[in-house]
Design a protein around this ligand. Structure first.
Ligand SMILES: Cc1cc2nc3c(=O)[nH]c(=O)nc-3n(C[C@H](O)[C@H](O)[C@H](O)COP(=O)(O)OP(=O)(O)OC[C@H]3O[C@@H](n4cnc5c(N)ncnc54)[C@H](O)[C@@H]3O)c2cc1C
Length: 392
């Protein structure tokens, strides 16, 4: 596989003390301003070509890392320990390039367990590189036969002579083939939710075999693929948290990941509203700008209202997290509403542009394809409804 070819010889990796690489801006406004600046300068000019070519811009993660934007939600001393600034940063990135915002969210999910459950040695060894964007992580939960029901994970690790030996196939691994580390949820014990552990697997290990990349409807610049783990030897020191206790940690990470996906939806939807409104103000038919026809103006009004509502639901969930309150249900509501809204809004943005909306000359057709993903990843809309209805 050319595009995801594995290196046989381990390379030396530079270690980065945290103090040298992290410069988190002092307040949230400065942080979001920095994210917007990078989104405008580095993402907006490149998104179209890179998505068309299906090329991952690896340097962007370093740029974001050095700007302190990859560490935002991590506990101190790595970050702010809060998700409100994190979702604002993700929204800013998603408004210019959804794929990068999603890539950051996956990287966060794959690395977050090291900060919260990892040993001091694991944190010291891996977090500086992960938060600087020098190391890229992949989060491997899904399998060919395991999607919404993660308690059925079948990839297995057995302890042999001081190593775990990992066997199984993961599906939809974002960053497959280019990840420096794979955070692999696997079975070390019996069936069901109990018996699932989490291993942090060096991407250079022998026996990791990424399949050809998935040919996706959107986010083509962000690689996903099945990855086979064939007798991969993982040192016991790379167990994250306690053996057999990773399912609850995975569910907790899903709650946090939902905030990131909802933020992606808000950013994408806001971009679509802004673009469609601008077009409707300049496109003239029957002697007047089309926004002055109630059929178009009211459509835009509903789109703008839905974005605002989605953002407030999301901020409410993030603030609950930041105050140490339960936020799982509010996160599910935010993810459900924001992603469904993003789908409706991007479809309507194409409608506002008429025939032009149906061409690659304008980004709205890509945004419409991209929005669909958000209703699927991080738990489908049906799974969010399941979470919410169970709590009623
Ligand atoms: C581009 C992309 C990137 C991804 N990145 C990652 C990644 O980095 N890491 C990772 O681990 N996974 C990743 N995924 C996988 C993603 O999380 C799953 O696709 C998602 O969880 C749904 O699982 P599934 O596709 O197996 O669908 P299934 O679980 O098979 O569901 C199929 C349909 O049945 C419905 N359904 C299932 N169970 C229920 C129920 N109880 N009640 C009602 N309806 C139900 C679903 O809503 C859906 O409509 C990615 C997927 C894509 C497409």
């Amino acid at each position: 596989l050319e595009s995801t070819g594995k290196r046989d010889e381990p390379e030396e990796r530079e270690e980065h003390p945290v103090s040298k690489v992290l410069t988190i801006p002092a307040d949230d406004a400065a942080l979001v301003a920095r994210a917007r600046e990078i989104a405008d300068a580095e993402l907006a000019p490149r998104v179209r070509d890179f998505e068309a070519r299906g090329e991952y811009p690896r340097d962007v993660m370093r740029t974001l890392g050095r700007a302190g934007l990859l560490g935002v939600p991590y506990p101190e001393p790595y970050g702010t320990g809060r998700f409100e600034p994190y979702v604002r940063v993700i929204e800013a990135l998603a408004s210019r390039w959804l794929g990068i915002a999603e890539s950051v969210n996956v990287h966060m999910l794959a690395s977050y367990g090291i900060a919260t459950l990892g040993t001091p040695a694991q944190r010291e060894r891996y977090l500086p590189g992960l938060l600087a964007g020098d190391l890229l992580a992949s989060n491997c939960l899904s399998e060919p036969d395991v999607g919404s029901d993660l308690s059925a994970i079948a990839t297995r690790a057995t302890l042999q002579d001081g190593h775990y030996v990992l066997d199984g196939t993961k599906a939809w691994a974002t960053h497959a083939g280019i990840a420096d580390f794979y955070t692999v949820f696997c079975r070390t014990g019996g069936e069901g939710a109990k018996g699932i552990s989490c291993l942090f697997v060096d991407g250079r290990s022998q026996g990791i075999r990424p399949a050809p990349l998935d040919k996706k409807m959107g986010l083509r610049a962000i690689p996903t693929a099945r990855v086979a783990f064939d007798q991969v030897h993982v040192p016991v020191e790379n167990l994250i948290g306690r053996e057999g206790r990773a399912f609850l940690a995975a569910m907790g990470a899903m709650d946090l990941g939902r905030l990131g996906v909802a933020a992606c939806a808000v950013g994408l939807a806001q971009a679509a509203v802004d673009y469609a409104a601008q077009y409707a103000k300049t496109r003239t038919q029957f002697g007047q700008p089309i926004i002055q026809f109630q059929g178009v103006g009211f459509m835009l009004a509903d789109m703008a209202t839905e974005v605002s509502a989605a953002r407030e639901l999301l901020l409410d969930a993030a603030r609950r997290h930041d105050r140490g309150e339960p936020f799982s249900i509010e996160g599910a509501k935010a993810k459900l509403f924001a992603t469904e809204a993003a789908m409706r809004i991007t479809v309507n943005a194409v409608q506002v542009l008429g025939g032009c909306g149906y061409t690659e000359e304008h980004p709205v057709e890509r945004w419409m394809r991209e929005a669909k993903l958000l209703q699927i990843i991080g738990g489908t809309s049906q799974i969010q409804r399941l979470v919410i209805s169970r709590a009623l």
